[in-house]
Design a protein around this ligand. Structure first.
Ligand SMILES: Nc1ncnc2c1ncn2[C@@H]1O[C@H](COP(=O)(O)OP(=O)(O)OP(=O)(O)O)[C@@H](O)[C@H]1O
Length: 310
């Protein structure tokens, strides 16, 4: 749907979709008339498939490049440090699937099993599925229109055999697009524990987070909180921290207060985070004495506490 609904819109899922008097002249008329009627049976199939998954966490960002995939990967790696915690990481950033590289699974392929698509394992208790595993060449561009992207998201949610998981971390595309609406719609019956919103401190990024917050409120996704990324620089040699954007310092925290949602914490820019991601190594396993690790630990403890209560 890309135009506002007309007054008295019968709703895209109804038998009258695209055919009632209110639909005349609506730019969505043809899409609605041709679209599926009634609830999508995939929604129930997805709930069934994910019935063994305790917590589904969406990682969202208003803008690209703010560190959403890095956070999703490190969140999953961190949670899986506990051998008794089963973690799944689903990368549905269809146009820029960077998770396979970040967790050291570049070049892996999806395997079919009798019970669906088998995820690829980083360790015994960390399973990963990514659109990147379907691409023969990692440099290929994914040029798909909306319905095909939505179909792929549906298939990922419905067909991947995760087994029992404590956490499923979902790395989403940036912004609030059709794909986000689809994810929320498809997970309607399965349930979403909550969303973590990643931002950098610049005002342009914060503006987009406001839209993301508005989206979550409109579609009823609980917000676990906001994470600020790359607001300060920590020197890997002396661990001294310097603020990078003094003009917007504290902006993400201020935004969280203004919007009445939790501020989970601030992860500094640490070159070792970028390097670890580029080489598919685990930052959270290797640099446990760094300020950035301490920030991850504190943020993830708040996320776990939220999940335990919901
Ligand atoms: N705290 C950090 N310190 C250092 N580098 C970081 C940090 N967070 C992210 N990066 C680096 O910033 C770049 C962008 O991060 P990432 O790919 O995670 O962003 P993204 O929001 O997922 O982007 P997109 O949505 O466009 O895929 C990467 O090179 C990553 O290594």
């Amino acid at each position: 749907m890309n135009a506002p609904e007309p007054e008295h819109c019968p709703g895209p899922e109804t038998q009258n979709a695209g055919k009632s008097a209110a639909c005349e002249g609506c730019p969505n008329q043809n899409i609605c008339a041709e679209g599926p009627k009634g609830p999508d049976p995939a929604i129930a199939a997805i709930a069934d498939r994910l019935s063994g998954v305790k917590h589904k966490i969406l990682v969202l960002s208003g803008k690209g490049g703010v560190g959403k995939s890095t956070f999703s990967s490190n969140l999953s790696l961190f949670l899986s440090q506990n051998d008794d915690t089963q973690v799944g990481l689903l990368d549905i950033d269809i146009c820029g699937p960077s998770v396979p590289k970040m967790v050291g699974l570049e070049g892996e392929q999806i395997r079919q099993s009798s019970s669906g698509w088998a995820p690829v394992y980083v360790s015994d208790n960390l399973a990963v599925m990514s659109i990147g595993f379907l691409m023969a060449n990692q440099n290929d561009a994914v040029i798909w229109k909306g319905p095909k992207k939505n179909g792929m998201i549906k298939q990922f949610l419905k067909d991947v055999d995760w087994g029992d998981l404590d956490f499923l971390v979902v790395d989403t595309p940036p912004g609030t697009s059709d794909e986000h609406l689809s994810i929320v719609q498809y997970l309607k019956d399965a349930g979403i524990t909550g969303a973590v919103l990643i931002t950098t401190p610049q005002e342009v990024a914060l503006q987009d987070v406001r839209r993301e917050i508005d989206f979550c409120r409109k579609v009823g996704v609980p917000m676990i909180g906001v994470v600020e990324n790359m607001a300060s620089f920590v020197c890997p040699k002396c661990d001294k921290s310097s603020v990078i954007f003094p003009a917007t310092s504290g902006g993400a925290r201020g935004l969280a207060i203004e919007q009445n949602i939790p501020f989970l914490g601030s992860i500094p820019l640490d070159p070792r985070i970028g390097i670890s991601g580029d080489f598919g190594e685990s930052f959270v396993d290797q640099y446990q004495d760094s300020p950035a690790y301490a920030a991850y630990a504190s943020i993830i403890s708040s996320i776990s506490a939220f999940c335990a209560k919901n």
